[in-house]
Design a protein around this ligand. Sequence first.
Ligand SMILES: Nc1ncnc2c1ncn2[C@@H]1O[C@H](COP(=O)(O)OP(=O)(O)OP(=O)(O)O)[C@@H](O)[C@H]1O
Length: 681
Amino acid sequence: MDDWEETENAEVVSVISCASTEGSREHFWKDDSSGKSSGGWRGRWGRFTDSLFSRADEKSNGTGTITGTSSFNQDWEFFKNTEGQQGGIRGRGRGRGFGRENRSDFNGDSNGFCESEFRGVSRGGHGGRGGRGRGFRRGTEGGSRGGFREDGEQRGRGGFRGGYRGKGENNFFQEKENKELKQRDEGSADKPKVSYIPPALAEDENSVFAHYETGINFDKYDDILVNVSGTNPPQAIMTFEEAALCDSLSKNVSRSGYVKPTPVQKHGIPIISAGRDLMACAQTGSGKTAAFLLPILHQLMIGGASSSFFSELQEPKAIIVAPTRELINQIFLEARKFAYGTVVRPVVVYGGVSIRHQVSDLNKGCNVLCGTPGRLMDMIERGKGGLSKVQYFVLDEADRMLDMGFEPDMRRLVASPGMPSREGRQTLMFSATFPEEIQKLAADFLKPDYLFLAVGIVGGACSDVEQTFIEVGKFSKREQLLDLVKTCGNERTIVFVEKKRQADFIATFLCQENVPTTSIHGDREQWQREQALADFKYGKCPVLVATSVAARGLDIPDVQHVVNFDLPGSIDEYVHRIGRTGRCGNVGRAVSFFDTDVDGHLSRPLISILSKAQQEVPPWLEQLAFSSASSGGNFNANKNNFAFTDSRKGQQRGSSFQGNTVQSQVTAVLQPPPEEEEEWE
Ligand SMILES: Nc1ncnc2c1ncn2[C@@H]1O[C@H](COP(=O)(O)OP(=O)(O)OP(=O)(O)O)[C@@H](O)[C@H]1O
């Protein structure tokens, strides 16, 4: 997906951050709606703070980075001004987005709350000419414009033009770059541009190596059964010393608080160092990222990695892809941490951020290129990233990267000019889940003698997460959720919902109940997503309502609690979601609302997941699973749709660590794509 699509999709109003700046918000809504809305919501909404207003104010610092802080009122001044001058806040949605969606979702709700409350919003939207959906978004852009303009920079085409000063580098390539990009931009004049530039990263050692502590169950990793299948697997290492990582890397590993390797690292590091292709499956939060980063970085460091500073075409030796922006950014930060103080330079590219900014960063040199598929392909097609030197091709969340959504992109990537064939590169795939179908497909990307590493039960849930289920009907979920989060106090909680608009509704609802909450989903602008994560991470909003965009890979410290407000369509998505807690030996809790009308098909696979993770199975769930099976439900006990071992089973096997081959009968029902597919990168 490119910049344009991202922005154009942002139809639905992005609400929500937390409930801390009442006065300011009140002021905003009053001004905005007076005489336009039915007024019913004015008072209540006064308590909210949209991330727009809780975030750092947009001010150009002359390098294009958005920095600084400011009060909401200043932002509101931008809005007012912008409305007058550009019509920015009026929008054109005619009540699209917020009002309408609220109504369709909550009409008929038994307590009537949303019906009356949100209809007010909707009416306000119409009265205000254009609803909150688009009108609001345009307003956001207007705010940004105003911000840059105020700094005395260029008028007109948005924050980027106003704030960015790439020419500061004053070099030939930058000039050329700008010209080319300008040409492209002009060719797409009808499309809004993405101008967001993330804040500059802190470079000091403490920030780079900030990490959380391993938990009480970290040593239990040693008891997990591991199976490596394939021919001649190398010997596992037991310590980081045995990995013989080069000095700087070794030092960075210690600075990161790593004392001993996790099982996926014990096996993965020597496999990768031996030059073997790998498909690795290990439970959530068990250190898969370092398992691939360390041997790659080691190799690049001892190989004397060099990249041409300010070269127009960067040819990285490693390409890492992941399905979401936040995840790829996290992987990049891990790579940056381990490469700290060395010549190896990782770079990240992902959608929702100014492409010029990323090109300019890429031009400074790149040995490891981390990217989401859309932006990565864009960089390659623009001739900014070359593939001919690729030695390592890594797919994190590989099952997701090869499912229906991303498979074509991955095939396009490996078929791109210059990309070495599978014989000429090393391909590494990692995930906590690996359905058999995907394993078979993955084999197209791997050398035939790849190794399959299974740590614990393939596709199994992390046993450090206590899983409970509450049988609940659609209309009681919100009240149940409120009870839950209120009893959690300040515990960091992620609430997963199925739909993007639902994420905003639930976050709004919790804010109204004085639970500081924020939300993350594919319809939010990138800065809002990053702000939401930061607000959650640093405790400003201890509750994050998220769609599946946050289900995989995100490693947020101290998430004690995951709530599945809506269960996902597939069992592997469930495993990833609950894996946001109970990481790296820490314990966590997951509570799932089970609506028998909707979630019945999950009863059998859930029971299997629960029992494999030594969790209690609720009798009602067992009964439901039994009755759905006996009544010809969609569970087929004999048909294993998902594989939990190497899909080549039956072929030759290599070593079996601890003499065990891990097998599971967990079965999941393949789901059709969700009604509203979450937008991935
Ligand atoms: N050997 C280790 N010692 C201490 N901490 C570690 C070690 N390995 C990894 N970690 C930390 O554990 C956390 C989880 O690691 P990581 O994010 O790589 O898990 P993962 O297996 O990729 O999870 P997921 O399946 O959710 O993507 C990170 O904060 C990471 O820095």
